[in-house]
Ligand binder design. Sequence first.
Ligand SMILES: Cc1cc2nc3c(=O)[nH]c(=O)nc-3n(C[C@H](O)[C@H](O)[C@H](O)COP(=O)(O)OP(=O)(O)OC[C@H]3O[C@@H](n4cnc5c(N)ncnc54)[C@H](O)[C@@H]3O)c2cc1C
Length: 371
Amino acid sequence: MNIYDVIIIGGGLAGLTSAIDLSINGFEVLLIEKDEYPKHKVCGEYVSNEVLPYLKRLGVDISKTKADQIQRLVLSNRKGNSVRVELPLGGFGMSRYALDNLMYEKAKSSGVEFKFETVTDVAFEDHHFCIKTHSAEFYAELAIGSFGKRSTLDKKLDRDFIHNKTPWIGIKAHYQNDDFPDGEVQLHNFEGGYSGLSKTETGAVNFCYLAHYDSFKQERSVEDFNKNIVAQNPKLNSFLNNADLLFDKHLAISQVSFQNKNAVENHMLMAGDSAGLIHPLCGNGMAMAIHSAKLLSDEIKNYKNHRSRYQLEKNYTQIWKQTFRKRLIFGSLFQNILLQPKLTNIGMLAVSKSPYLLKKMIQQTHGKPIL
Ligand SMILES: Cc1cc2nc3c(=O)[nH]c(=O)nc-3n(C[C@H](O)[C@H](O)[C@H](O)COP(=O)(O)OP(=O)(O)OC[C@H]3O[C@@H](n4cnc5c(N)ncnc54)[C@H](O)[C@@H]3O)c2cc1C
């Protein structure tokens, strides 16, 4: 029976990052992911530049890709009144189709073993994990849970947040719109939600939004919702009228939960959205996924020296809270402001008068470059 050093469940950005980091540091790593690469995912696809130095150190050099270099943010209220501001650190626009695949290729060449199966159960017994899929069982000393916002595994683990319904749905598709500027991310408000627009490495524009179910359920389809609710914002109306849908249909996810989660569950170490999801308007979920994977990989490297599982779990829980708790609180605050038209207008007026204020607000939900 082979016992891996680490088994990672879920190969999104958190799982792939920890797989590469641990593998190049000598760990025997198995990553189990349910879907093959490349694949599209519901995501705004704006990545904060804070991850660039660390990704480069792992051998993933974004400057060698055609990702859109983003320096400006345009923010509009429901009426389409907008402000345009320079971003303090900026980011890049790259599809998850390309970014996850780039990381996957890097992980493979770093020696990570992959299985494309759905994990159905995880048990911790006799200081080891037994991880089950439909066809096999795998064993490991350590297990990382990086299976995203919501998975059937959360039910199996009986995690607290899974018992509560949440009203948020996410929709995404790529569009061709030749008028859309390079170097810009746009955040537009509409009744019951907000949408992000930014270019990807192919030149296509990613159109992604988060909407409250109460607002969404009045319409019969995504197309009707776009036409009747989203397009009430003149900026979004103009975008949609001049854009061609590049996907066969929009991708959709429901039950997006922003509730607190634990960084460790039954000895499994959680990374990325499995440990906590920030509100999408902050554009920091992917950076947090990558950063949490780095923090966890560092703690696992320390574990090699002290061999105390208790210490590993305690240290990781502490550092996760220290690094991200404040960001989640501010993210929630900003989302509440954005969903109330009066507060949005006051906020936009303040930001247009003082770009410094926006910089301060962004700093509350972003980190410094990860080295
Ligand atoms: C509407 C919306 C817009 C967003 N926009 C942005 C943005 O612009 N910028 C930003 O930084 N963040 C954004 N985010 C957040 C960002 O998408 C996430 O924070 C990020 O994807 C987290 O990465 P992850 O690796 O934790 O999870 P994921 O990327 O979701 O990866 C989890 C993986 O686990 C796999 N998996 C799940 N269950 C199992 C199982 N049982 N067995 C095997 N595999 C399994 C899945 O197939 C998946 O590949 C947005 C989120 C939403 C909802």
